[in-house]
Ligand binder design. Structure first.
Ligand code: RIB
Length: 308
């Protein structure tokens, strides 16, 4: 079973002509509500692409957003999350500009309640059935660190997205199976560890960072430049970005990680899994919203076969 430990949000999305400048007031071109949150996006991506139940350690608020999100989870056979009394469901206020890029203000709300105790209860209940667990940074960092230490002890494969940027301590990623930063997140990690980063030639910094952090596989999501990988045997490569008409990039990184976990769980083949994830993420940016844009398994499979 694939598990996710992370956030759930309601995304309140404003399509705008340009990102609002300091002191400026502009009219939004449209307003939409989508299910989001990095953890939930990954959980739904796994559910949609594997067509299997997913366990998800997350907290919703006891409000209308929480009720709606809970119904959505039930549709996808996502279990393990809880509803916290007297808490507001997390929400993200998102501006999407004409090129499909986004800016996000996050209100964590109930996501702050994913504490060590919750992680413990979740892993006590589901741990034995979990093969791969996905993590990100939208819950308290001490919970992420705690989850990593327990997952390692239980030999569960960890796919960790150090997003949003900040918070990730180098000590916690020691020995992690897959670290999947985007360019900004990797730059942050390089600055923290005083490793020079050259975006046109990331191989050297990836290699230095991998040696220092002892991450097993480093997967660098570089947007237009595609995905770079440096695997356990130090094989380095690049998977080119697919050419698509990008409308909204929100959640593309989450779709990538969910799809990667599904494909790796089935094939144990890094390259195949990265290609599958690359297709899923590319398809997702052609539609609006985070979870609403996650492609169906057949759509991805028509571009790429997972099984060997
Ligand atoms: O990664 C995209 C997600 O980040 C959005 O769905 C939003 O909720 C923010 O958490």
């Amino acid at each position: 079973m694939i598990a996710v430990i992370g956030s759930s949000n309601m995304d309140i999305v404003f399509n705008v002509d340009h990102f609002t400048l300091p002191g400026e007031t502009q009219k939004a071109l449209s307003l939409d509500f989508y299910y989001g949150g990095k953890g939930a996006n990954q959980a739904v991506a796994v559910a949609k692409l594997s067509e299997e139940p997913v366990c998800f350690c997350s907290c919703l608020g006891n409000d209308d957003y929480g009720k709606e999100i809970s119904k959505n989870f039930q549709n996808y056979k996502i279990e393990g999350y809880i509803v916290e009394k007297n808490e507001k469901t997390g929400r993200a206020y998102i501006e999407v500009d004409k090129s499909g890029e986004n800016r996000i203000i996050l209100f964590p709300g109930a996501n702050e309640k994913v504490d060590k105790l919750r992680v413990d209860k979740f892993l006590n209940q589901y741990g034995k059935n979990i093969e791969i667990c996905l993590l990100q940074n939208e819950i308290p960092m001490e919970s992420v660190e705690y989850a990593v230490s327990r997952l390692k002890k239980e030999n569960i494969t960890i796919v960790y997205d150090p997003a949003p940027v900040g918070g990730t301590e180098i000590e916690i990623i020691d020995g992690i199976d897959f670290l999947t930063p985007n360019e900004k997140e990797f730059k942050f990690l390089c600055e923290k560890t005083k490793i020079p980063f050259d975006e046109n030639d990331p191989k050297q910094s990836m290699s230095t960072f991998k040696d220092l952090s002892k991450v097993k596989n480093l997967i660098l999501k570089m947007g237009d430049k595609g995905v770079y990988y440096l695997d356990e045997q130090n094989n380095f490569g690049n998977i080119r970005k697919l050419k698509v008409n990008a409308i909204d990039t929100t959640g593309a990184g989450d779709v990538f990680n969910g799809a990667f976990a599904v494909a790796f769980g089935k094939s144990k083949d890094l390259l195949k899994s990265l290609n599958f994830a690359n297709v899923a993420a590319a398809l997702s940016v052609t539609k609006k919203g985070a979870q609403s844009s996650i492609p169906k398994k057949e759509q991805v499979l028509s571009h790429f076969q997972i099984t060997s």
